[in-house]
Design a protein around this ligand. Structure first.
Ligand SMILES: NC(=O)c1ccc[n+]([C@@H]2O[C@H](COP(=O)([O-])OP(=O)(O)OC[C@H]3O[C@@H](n4cnc5c(N)ncnc54)[C@H](O)[C@@H]3O)[C@@H](O)[C@H]2O)c1
Length: 317
């Protein structure tokens, strides 16, 4: 299969590129390095089935080759990044989605959109199933991301209904692992960096708010099933790990796994920060025969080793 991945120099896109290459496919990747890095793709530099094109996907572009699958992952994703790039975020989810859908239509290819649990906002229903319509504050600064993704979902399903395009939508819940940016402000990189440096770990609120953390290899496996199985046109599915953890538990686990001497400091909760987040993955289990396999301890250990290397920290010293 010829696969085109936008946002391939980012965290998830680079792992997706690895997966499709390892399964024998050809990958064309597009990225403008807004929040990604060439380092994430360096290991694929000499791979003949891998091609990188520096491209802003909100600007018109064409692809010379045949394409069987378009995967649209280009967008700032961490709150720190999308609050720093509000216009770019709205354009990636609107113009970027429309242009990549047009490309899929022209190439008669399948299309996967990277949606997010953020479309559920601060959820009033728990856990969140795909039928839940969400609780997003359209006026909040965070809405640049949430609403761009909601628009993306709607335009994707419009292409499915109007043009019969084989569109699939993954609502991705918090995912972590190697190649996350050290300072992207998300919980795992932040806590790991602070713990490895023996600096205070900053917990917002009282730490009882929950997140469900999915290790990257589990997510990529789910995305692979979602894109390669037949008969899923028009499908919207949650992908995430339903094991719900309080933020304070994550902080303590990371302190323990890294042998850190860090204390914990508490700071006020950011505006519209969701208090509970947990995917209902019954649909993913049924349709994709998929569920996460990697334990939080194992996933965090692997991620900690990556951060030790990136931060040049030797805990044995
Ligand atoms: N990581 C998660 O937990 C998570 C959860 C839900 C959804 N997602 C979605 O998955 C996708 C990837 O997230 P990530 O965590 O890998 O983020 P990331 O920031 O690491 O990767 C995003 C990539 O998109 C690129 N990009 C942004 N705007 C672009 C543009 N206009 N043109 C070309 N490239 C552009 C960036 O340079 C970066 O390489 C995003 O669409 C995000 O919304 C991620």
């Amino acid at each position: 299969m010829n696969v085109l991945i936008t946002g391939a120099a980012g965290f998830i896109g680079s792992h997706l590129s690895d997966k499709f290459i390892s399964e024998g496919h050809r990958v064309t990747s597009l990225d403008n390095y807004l929040t990604g890095s060439p380092d994430n793709l360096e290991h694929l530099r000499n791979e003949t089935r891998f091609k990188f094109i520096e491209q802003d996907i909100t600007q018109p572009f064409t692809a010379a080759d045949d394409i069987d699958l378009v995967m649209h992952f280009a967008s700032p994703a961490s709150p720190k990044d999308y609050l720093a790039h509000p216009m770019e975020t709205m354009k990636a989810g609107s113009t970027g989605t429309r242009l990549t859908l047009e490309l899929a239509r022209e190439k008669k290819s399948r299309y996967l959109m990277a949606s997010t649990s953020e479309i559920y906002g601060d959820p009033a229903v728990h856990p969140q199933g795909e039928t839940y319509r969400g609780n997003v504050n359209t006026l909040s600064p965070r809405a640049v991301y949430d609403e761009a993704k909601r628009f993306s979902e709607t335009i994707c399903l419009t292409y499915y209904r109007e043009f019969g395009l084989d569109v699939r939508i993954a609502r991705i819940f918090n995912t972590y692992g190697e190649r996350m940016q050290v300072n992207d402000g998300r919980v795992v990189p932040t806590f790991l960096t602070q713990a490895l440096k023996d600096e205070p770990i900053t917990v917002y609120g009282d730490g009882t708010q929950t997140r469900s953390l999915c290790y990257i290899s589990d997510l990529v496996e789910g995305l692979y099933h979602l894109t390669t199985l037949e008969g899923l046109a028009g499908t919207v599915v949650n992908l995430g790990n339903p094991d719900e953890l309080q933020i304070i538990e994550v902080a303590n686990l990371i302190r323990q796994l890294t042998g850190s001497r860090s204390g914990i400091v508490f700071q006020p909760l950011p505006e519209d920060d969701p208090k509970r987040r947990c995917p209902d993955i019954i649909k993913a289990k049924r349709l994709l025969n998929w569920q996460p396999e990697v334990s939080i301890n194992h996933g965090l250990e692997k991620t900690a080793r990556y951060f030790e290397r990136i931060l040049n920290i030797n805990k044995e010293e």
